[in-house]
Design a protein around this ligand. Structure first.
Ligand code: FUL
Length: 496
């Protein structure tokens, strides 16, 4: 919804007195811009992945597809516990591996016998996807699905019949489990496998086999609010590594390029390394999702119980993902009991405690701010919008004014070491280069510089004590917007 602003102006011309409306429109968007579903996804920021299947019991990362359903035998499985932990530690959504590459289904799909329905879990009456979905809907978390396009169990994989099967499963998941917020399609596709006993290598044409346009259309039809993730989007892109970092810069805009000249890009067939930075002039709004595991493996392995990331390590991942405008999809693999392991819980809680301690008090909130230029000199676009705690209110300059500064007067000496910035991305990612200065000891010092901001940028600075902070737009695609400037004091700022 566009905000309109009407100014009643008095026009006095040679004795003629009249009233006229001067209209201050919001800036024109700089395309591409996010869709509603992408905007909702940006706000999720931090959510969980649950890798769980036969691999949990066979101690593998990629099951071959010949695992027997009898082997799926968690002893104390409680998917609700997974969701409760996710909620407790501040995750906003979860995505379980409904089906990983081994083809085993965590829900009793009516299209295969290779599922929980033939396993010892709840004597074949269990539905792990259903239990997760129900807990999510009840506890207020978003629910996403990972459905592996590659299926090393299915006899018809590589042939048209499998596509029908895959789509049937997609429909099943999108129809029976309530609202789905994200659909996660992996790029790993084709290779050797069991394939109904054939035990052979099956290669597919990654560009054509899945007929992605029509597969994605099923998601649009059945889950219109869900974002689609893959190497090429169309809503969310892979960041191009599984190590837990987005680049600096990390532009929301991106043009997937094929890894073979002259061909169309497709999941598993892109120059995926470009995902880490995106493209400043990218053709599509295709923001990055950073997927990474809390352990060395994606699945639970007992011998990795002592290799769970520490809270500090997770905090670092957070800065490198959410802090650069991407989202953090953190994998927490349930163990062979079917529970989130104690060590993982301890790490997640420690990570939450660190975030809570740092981001408890926004030291800029409710202070005053001025700018070198305010769009139409209008309150609606005033600099104070960046410190009013409302992301929907933003500072903007007049058309054609692509540089400028906001000075926040903190009113007193304030110590901090985090600066958080947000653009009003509804109008596109506009700022190309910025700096932040602090006024301390009567002088201005530059404390941070950067390029991409977008949905969110968290900048770590030295410990600074200042009475004013200045945000400078040094270069922008068009008149810039900024909706948030927050300051936080990390533990280093506390008097020793
Ligand atoms: C990869 C898969 O091959 C891994 O097993 C895991 O699921 C990861 C998230 O995506 O491409």
């Amino acid at each position: 919804m566009l905000l309109r602003n009407f100014v009643l102006g008095a026009v006095i011309l040679g004795g003629l007195v009249g009233n006229a409306f001067a209209e201050v429109e919001p800036p024109e968007p700089v395309h591409p811009i996010p869709t509603e579903r992408q905007l909702a996804w940006h706000a999720l920021e931090y959510y969980g992945f649950f890798h769980f299947t036969q691999n949990t019991f066979t101690d593998k990362e990629w099951g071959y597809g010949d695992e027997k359903p009898e082997g799926f035998k968690p002893t104390a499985c409680n998917p609700r516990q997974w969701v409760e932990i996710a909620k407790e530690v501040g995750m906003t959504a979860v995505i379980p591996t409904c089906k990983h590459h081994d083809g085993f289904c965590l829900w009793p799909s009516k299209f295969t016998e290779h599922s929980v329905k033939n396993s010892p879990y709840k004597d074949g009456q269990g539905d792990i996807v259903g239990e997760i979905a129900e807990a999510c809907h009840e506890l207020g978390l978003k629910f996403g699905i990972y459905l592996s396009p590659w299926d090393r169990n299915h006899a018809e994989y590589g042939r048209p019949e499998y596509i029908e099967y895959f789509r049937n499963q997609l429909r099943e998941l999108l129809t029976n489990y309530g609202e789905v917020s994200e659909v996660w399609f992996d790029g790993a596709n084709g290779g050797d496998g069991y394939y109904g006993g054939a035990r052979e290598e099956r290669r597919i044409d990654r560009r054509t086999y899945y007929d992605w346009e029509n597969t994605w259309a099923i998601v649009r039809e059945l889950a219109p609010n869900a974002v689609l993730f893959s190497d090429v989007g169309p809503d969310i892109r892979w960041v191009g590594n599984e190590k837990g970092f987005a680049g600096d810069p990390c532009w929301h805009t991106y043009t997937p390029h094929s890894n073979e000249p002259g061909e169309q890009p497709a999941p598993g067939a892109v120059e995926y390394r470009e995902g880490v930075n995106g493209h400043v002039d990218g053709e599509y709004w295709l923001p990055a999702e950073v997927d990474v595991s809390i352990r060395p493996g994606w699945f639970y392995h007992k011998d990795q119980n002592d290799e769970v990331r520490s809270p500090e390590n997770l905090m670092n991942l957070y800065y490198q993902s959410v802090g650069r405008g991407a989202s953090l999809l953190l994998n927490v693999p349930p163990d062979d009991r079917g529970l989130i392991h104690e060590n993982d819980i301890a790490a997640l809680r420690g990570f939450k405690a660190l975030r809570d301690a740092i981001f408890k008090t926004d030291l800029a909130l409710g202070t005053t701010a001025d700018a070198t230029n305010v769009r139409g000199n209008e309150e609606a676009f005033a600099a104070s919008n960046v410190v009013n705690g409302d992301r929907n209110a933003y500072w903007a300059t007049d058309d054609g004014v692509t540089t400028g500064s906001i000075t926040v007067d903190l009113g007193k000496e304030t110590t901090f070491d985090h600066v958080v910035l947000q653009e009003y991305i509804e109008l596109g990612q506009r700022i190309l280069k910025f700096s932040v200065d602090a006024h301390s000891g009567g002088e201005w010092h530059t404390i941070a510089e950067g390029t991409s901001i977008g949905w969110k940028r968290i900048l770590l600075t030295d410990v600074v004590t200042a009475d004013k902070v200045r945000f400078n737009v040094l270069e922008a695609k068009a008149c810039p917007t900024l909706s948030t400037l927050s300051l936080y004091a990390g533990p280093e700022c506390q008097p020793q």
